[in-house]
Design a protein around this ligand. Sequence first.
Ligand SMILES: Cc1cc2nc3c(=O)[nH]c(=O)nc-3n(C[C@H](O)[C@H](O)[C@H](O)COP(=O)(O)OP(=O)(O)OC[C@H]3O[C@@H](n4cnc5c(N)ncnc54)[C@H](O)[C@@H]3O)c2cc1C
Length: 326
Amino acid sequence: MNITTDKTALNKLGVQTNIPLAQYTWFGTGGPARFFTQPTTVAAYAKSLDFAHKQKLDIFVLGQGANILISDSGFDGIVIRPQVSVIKIVSDEPEYSLVQAGAGTVFADLITYCLEHDLTGPEEFIGIPGTVGGSVFINIHYYDFLLSQFLVKAEVIERATGKIIKVDFDWFNFGYNQSRLFDRQHYLVSATFRFAKTTKLQTAFNKGRSVEIFRHRTKRFPYKRTCGSFFRNFAKDELTNASLPNPCIYVAFYLDNIGAKGTLSVGNAGVSYQHANMIVAEPGSTSQDIVQLARLMQQKVIDRFNLIPRTECLMVGFDKYPLLQP
Ligand SMILES: Cc1cc2nc3c(=O)[nH]c(=O)nc-3n(C[C@H](O)[C@H](O)[C@H](O)COP(=O)(O)OP(=O)(O)OC[C@H]3O[C@@H](n4cnc5c(N)ncnc54)[C@H](O)[C@@H]3O)c2cc1C
């Protein structure tokens, strides 16, 4: 019997079929996953990868869906949404603690845990939605802070073998919007961060500061039905053919300049009136609306500046990359 059509065998593995994914993404768009599972233990995580491997299925590991656009036709493989979310202090030193968090931990819970234990660091990223897995994947950033500044080691699961491997900071090859997890040969199981100890008084200050960072963010950016920045900033070497003197790296500068903010829209998806690099998908939007809008934004920047904005948002389930490419 073919296990992929045997409901009892799939149930035993905790695998569901034909699950709509829109409910699991911040855009709220996209079609179904052919197979879907939410492993709550590391063993179940490994089993779901083994199932995918044996059945030769494409794999997509999903966090909170805060940085992805899923195609309207969905994902013709297995979506694994790890729920391994234990947070614990694994080493307690005079100046700092090492805190381990499972890949499925909601990043906001890690911040709360650290504030409760008089530790500082993760609150710099308050208001950035996502899991620890998705955050390590892209190395989340806010102003001067990158998550890689705090990560010391991790456990990853190898796609081909299902083996759990202990890796250190260097293994990740972190950069801006970059980590070795992009090779999709390994998936995060847990990450261990080094966070500095603080006094109760400093913690009180950090709590106040994080409320203020959150307020500052949500006043300036949309917080619902978006993936945050849709395009990434340019690397310096991508600006050599720009048709203006002294081009800057900030993609929002160019999008502002073409008048995208609050004006460009396709179907029910529009560019936020608050930020030129954020697309908001109002209810009723499709992923195709978002794709068409993003292509329009790209074309306008190409026409005026001879530069092609490239996506920070990750495209999932498309037959081919749906936007314009250099
Ligand atoms: C309102 C808003 C504001 C934002 N602001 C910022 C910001 O200021 N700075 C910033 O850096 N980002 C920002 N983002 C983007 C987003 O929050 C981050 O990229 C976040 O880390 C995504 O995490 P996630 O769990 O939702 O990942 P998902 O969107 O679910 O997935 C993103 C990628 O991570 C991979 N992934 C997820 N879990 C794992 C795992 N366990 N192992 C391996 N790979 C995994 C997925 O396969 C996918 O490729 C913002 C997004 C929104 C909606």
